[in-house]
Design a protein around this ligand. Structure first.
Ligand SMILES: [Zn+2]
Ligand SMILES: [Zn+2]
Length: 183
């Protein structure tokens, strides 16, 4: 495959999915990570909507808020796990679950606040003070599963039954991005 074909392919994926991963592309196209990085650098230089992020790139298209759809993956937003994010410019973004919310926060860099739903109490909890349970056996939406709790004691008791790893916002963000880069 020629470089130009590869770049076209990557751009199409970006248009369709909004983001691409270096690891994934390198496997699909059978070329090295270096080659993909060079392709992404090229795309960034010719199209200012393409932005490199950790482990890949995103297409920063003018966001058309689709009510009830996740701004990261496009899935419908369930009330039980939905997260509402606010950007610096006052835009409101919805995510289907804390997993997508964390990826949005990390990839956009302009999210100033977020409200998640406590998985047990089903009431609003601030993302910044929430306790996250990663990779428990309860997969309600995206994988790796991320659940939000207001109360650390609740999270710990839930963990006793369903496993997983407890984290604060910073740690949870790191873990999710790390997983997405490896998968
Ligand atoms: Zn999503
Ligand atoms: Zn989700």
């Amino acid at each position: 495959m020629l470089a130009i074909e590869r770049r076209e392919y990557i751009l199409n994926r970006l248009r369709k999915e909004g983001r691409v991963q270096v690891r994934e592309l390198s496997q699909e196209l059978g070329v090295s990570h270096m080659t993909i990085h060079r392709d992404l650098d090229y795309l960034v230089s010719v199209d200012d909507r393409v932005k490199k992020v950790f482990g890949g790139a995103i297409l920063d298209r003018p966001y058309q808020p689709e009510p009830g759809k996740c701004a990261m993956c496009g899935k419908p937003v369930p009330s039980r796990t939905g997260v509402s994010l606010q950007t610096a410019s006052g835009q409101r973004l919805e995510a289907c679950c804390p997993h997508c919310a964390l990826l949005l926060v990390e990839s956009r860099g302009d999210v100033v606040s977020g409200m998640a739903t406590d998985y047990i109490l089903e009431r609003v909890v601030n993302l910044k003070s929430a306790v996250f349970l990663l990779e428990s056996d309860v997969v309600v939406c995206c994988t790796p599963s991320v659940l939000c709790f207001e109360d650390e004691d609740h999270a710990r008791r839930f963990q006793q039954g369903f496993g997983g790893q407890i984290a604060d916002l910073e740690e949870a963000k790191k873990q999710v991005v790390f997983h997405m880069t490896l998968s």
